[in-house]
Design a protein around this ligand. Structure first.
Ligand SMILES: Nc1ncnc2c1ncn2[C@@H]1O[C@H](COP(=O)(O)OP(=O)(O)O)[C@@H](O)[C@H]1O
Ligand SMILES: [Mg+2]
Length: 265
């Protein structure tokens, strides 16, 4: 049984990198348990910094982030590992082990729960294998369980990466430009997977995107970042050309949309 999604609260969060570059500036946001939000902005706007600060991969330098009822700033050691075990991450680059099976890749998601010598030998408990297979089923790729990860297309690899985070039974999934390496039809498949997981399991989902058409379509709640600041927070459907120009700080171009022709209403 997957635990219910956790809320995420940003309270005046700032990130200044050691070289002095500001990644986030005074960000305050309340993401409800079980909500799905899309974060959009140009390259360099702070999208990756925002999602990475949630599990302290990037330390924030002011303010506070709360996940569920846990304040992130003071976490070290075991408490930090526990938080990270509750947060699944999906990246642009899939990050699969390519020389082993899809099933073994998904089982890696269980390492947080069972980091013992048994797993090193591939002796996974039957319950973990069952959970891994269910996770593959949820992204409709269970028939590839015994294929080698390197045999899969990009879209299939990303779905396996999503299944791996599901096997972790997370309360939050952070997806950092998960479709940036995929073609348009496959991008929609992966975005719909994330939507379905959010709706069916109640896992809180934060997805970074840089294409405005995808952001509008999948962002029931859309957060626009510009130079580290939140400049829009509202329904994607309400975000018109003017809104996107204010998020991007310039007029829109064909490069800003995934599917052509662009249809902005
Ligand atoms: N490790 C880092 N060290 C210094 N500056 C960084 C680092 N990571 C990101 N930045 C800077 O922080 C800003 C936000 O970057 P990032 O969060 O990666 O944006 P996005 O994901 O929207 O492209 C950019 O100016 C970027 O150059
Ligand atoms: Mg990024």
């Amino acid at each position: 049984m997957t635990p219910a999604g956790a809320g995420i609260c940003f309270d005046g969060v700032g990130v200044t990198y050691p070289n002095g570059v500001v990644g986030l500036r005074d960000v305050s946001l309340d993401i409800e348990p079980g909500e799905m939000v899309v974060v959009v902005g140009l390259s360099g706007a702070g999208k990756s910094t925002l999602v990475r600060s949630i599990n302290s991969l990037v330390p924030f330098t002011s303010g506070e982030i709360t996940v569920g009822d846990v304040a992130v700033s003071g976490l070290r050691g075991k408490a930090l590992r526990r938080l990270r075990s509750e947060i699944g991450m999906v990246f642009q680059s899939f990050n699969l082990a390519r020389r082993t099976t899809v099933l073994n890749n998904v089982l890696m998601g269980r390492l947080y729960a069972a980091p013992t010598w048994r797993t090193m030998l591939g002796l996974w408990p039957a319950s973990d294998v069952e959970l891994a297979m269910q996770s593959l089923e949820r992204v409709e790729i269970v028939q590839k369980a015994y294929a080698n990860a390197s045999e899969l297309s990009g879209g299939q690899q990303q779905r396996v990466a999503i299944a791996r985070t599901l096997a972790q039974q997370p309360r939050v999934i952070l997806a950092d430009e998960p479709v940036a390496s995929l073609d348009p039809p496959t991008s929609h498949v992966v975005m719909r997977d994330l939507q379905r997981i959010n709706a069916e399991l109640g896992i809180t989902v934060v997805v970074n995107l840089h294409f405005l058409d995808l952001a509008r379509r999948y962002g029931n709640r859309l957060i626009g970042l510009r130079a580290g600041e939140v400049v829009y927070d509202g329904p994607g459907a309400d975000a018109d050309e003017k809104v996107f120009e204010s998020i991007y700080g310039r007029s829109l171009t064909a490069e800003d949309v995934l599917d052509t022709p662009a249809r902005l209403t």
